[in-house]
Design a protein around this ligand. Structure first.
Ligand code: ADP
Ligand code: MG
Length: 286
């Protein structure tokens, strides 16, 4: 079984009026079946309100399915005695780093999680050092988190999760509040953790550029998974993505427009280098 698996997963938010009567039901996740492989870099895309955050909350046992089942590393998220183990297996990083950071020093912040689960003191400091090095923030270990940039804060938050030795990290739009530089730093760190430490990364984002290097992409719309595949396969479907009110990476968009205007290019071009190569080929065949 994959690190995360969902079977016929449906989640409904139920609104009630003052008397407690059901006022309305929103189906935020609608019969989702997915199996995410250990060690992969997975991206989940979708317009606002498509159900990404609600889906992600299931991976961390923050919510329980209305229908269907979610397993994290084989553990059914409905079983309450597994909640702690599930949260250690799949750590979660949220959008706003300021809401996640609670300590006054960076190293204390990163050690907070391990300390809370009773890791012996010597090992805590080993983990803190290793985690801060992994996210490139070791030189800031004695700094105050509120002096850091958004990207640096988010990397400290990620180090705090890494220090818990999770198999998987779920990140819900971790770069949405960052400047372009901070976004690049965070995405780079995630790829490093994935490649060097083998941590499964589940990245929720609406920035297409962040998805290009993922192993697998899922696209959500109205609570359903409507597309999945490699970035190349998914971004070949430009028209469909546009209908879902999603952009494609800038280079892909340009290639798509060039192709429409008659230049023979293949679909699913993701990088500048690929586009240049294809244009050279197209030039030669003239
Ligand atoms: P996304 O993360 O893709 O923006 P969400 O999972 O936040 O999507 O939301 C999916 C749907 O569920 C939306 O229609 C949203 O309005 C609704 N929703 C989200 N959170 C709540 C909540 N706490 N109570 C009621 N409805 C909610
Ligand atoms: Mg969301």
């Amino acid at each position: 079984m994959g690190i995360v698996k969902t079977e016929n997963l449906t989640f409904e938010y139920i609104r009630r009026d003052e008397e407690g009567n059901v006022d309305g039901i929103t189906t935020a996740v609608d019969n989702v079946n997915m199996e995410l492989k250990q060690g992969e870099f997975i991206a989940i895309l979708g317009h606002n309100g498509s159900g990404k955050s609600t889906l992600a909350k299931h991976f961390n046992a923050l919510v329980s399915p209305t229908e269907g089942t979610v397993w994290v590393d084989g553990m059914d998220t409905r079983e309450e005695d597994k909640t702690l183990k599930i949260r250690q297996t799949a750590g979660m990083v949220f959008q706003n780093p300021d809401n996640q950071i609670i300590c006054t020093l960076v190293d204390e912040e990163v050690g907070f999680g391990p300390e809370n689960i009773g890791v012996p003191t010597d090992e805590i400091w080993e983990r803190v050092e290793k985690s801060l090095k992994a996210v490139g923030m070791y030189q800031f270990r004695h700094a105050s988190p509120n002096k850091l940039s958004g990207g640096q804060k988010q990397r400290v938050a990620i180090a705090g999760i890494v220090a818990m030795k999770p198999k998987c990290i779920v990140l819900d739009e971790p770069t949405a509040m960052l400047d372009p530089m901070g976004r690049k730093e965070v995405i780079h760190v995630l790829h490093e953790l994935n490649k060097k430490e083998g941590v499964t990364i589940i990245l929720i984002t609406h920035y297409m550029e962040e998805v290009i290097d993922a192993d697998r992409v899922y696209v959500m719309d109205a609570g359903k998974v409507v597309m999945s595949g490699t970035p190349k396969a998914v971004f070949s479907r430009v028209e469909e993505l546009k209908k879902l009110r999603l952009d494609v990476p800038q280079v892909t968009e340009l290639a798509f427009e060039l192709k429409k205007s008659g230049i023979p290019l293949r679909d699913g071009i993701l990088t500048r280098e690929e586009l240049v190569q294809e244009l050279v080929k197209a030039g030669k065949s003239d």
